[in-house]
Ligand binder design. Structure first.
Ligand code: ZN
Length: 233
């Protein structure tokens, strides 16, 4: 059983946002269905057609602004607020549903829809709801503004910080991610190698399920509140 001072490191993926109505590139319907990944989620796609890419992220940003956190997000915020040990939330999601639920210090390894990034000087700022290629950087005035999201082929953010958290984890929890996309696929191994117990939440067993000590299946909005209630006793 868990210890009160346990450090809990949590990785969340698309599955937890899907229950709030935000689709992913793996879904058959929705925003992603009208585009190819290589056109809207790669640096090459952005170089080819920045207008298309901005329109795609403008639509996602508008959708995320209307989305509400679900009971899964709320359970994790409650856990962080009430667990005596440290709770770290790392997410692959670019929406702000964890923050809307009250989670603090969330590590967005794939960036956020609410961020703008200057490709020329690396300056970051709060994105307008509607971004366009001619938006100028407030720092260098360059017009190479892009969404501050990590595209396929780019290196995720905060990897060193994440490695440190994984090495310190007593419990590693993966939620709503197939964990097949590297480097997230390595997280369970890194945490286990450092001595953490590992737990997977998913709709159904992932390809990585055998690497976890324990797995719980079903919608995160149902399974997470139950688990958090157990942890908090
Ligand atoms: Zn700049």
């Amino acid at each position: 059983m868990h210890v009160m001072s346990d450090k809990i490191v949590i990785l969340t993926g698309a599955g937890i946002s899907a229950e709030s109505g935000l689709g992913t590139f793996r879904d058959e319907g929705g925003l992603w269905a009208r585009h190819r990944i290589e056109d809207v989620a790669t640096p090459e796609g952005f170089a080819r057609d920045p207008i298309l890419v901005h329109e795609f992220y403008n639509a996602r940003r508008a959708q995320a602004a209307k989305a509400q956190p679900n009971a899964g997000h709320q359970a994790l915020a409650q856990l962080a607020a009430q667990h005596p040990g440290e709770v770290v939330v790392i997410t692959q999601n670019v929406d702000d549903l964890h923050e809307k639920a009250g989670s603090q210090g969330v590590i967005h390894m794939h960036g956020t829809l609410s961020g703008a990034l200057c490709s020329a000087c690396g300056h970051r700022w709060q994105a307008e709801l509607v971004m366009q290629p001619q938006d100028s950087c407030p720092h260098c005035a360059g017009t190479t503004t892009r969404p501050d999201v990590v595209w396929f082929g780019e290196i995720p953010y905060a990897m060193q910080t994440i490695e440190t958290h994984l090495a310190e984890a007593d419990l590693f929890v993966s939620i709503g991610t197939s964990a097949q996309v590297y480097p997230a696929a390595n997280f369970v191994q890194a945490a286990a190698a450092a001595g953490a117990r590992t737990l997977e939440f998913n709709l159904e067993p992932s390809a990585m399920a055998t690497r976890f000590d324990d797995c719980r299946y079903g919608p995160a909005s149902k399974t997470l509140p139950r688990w958090v209630a157990e942890i908090l006793g």
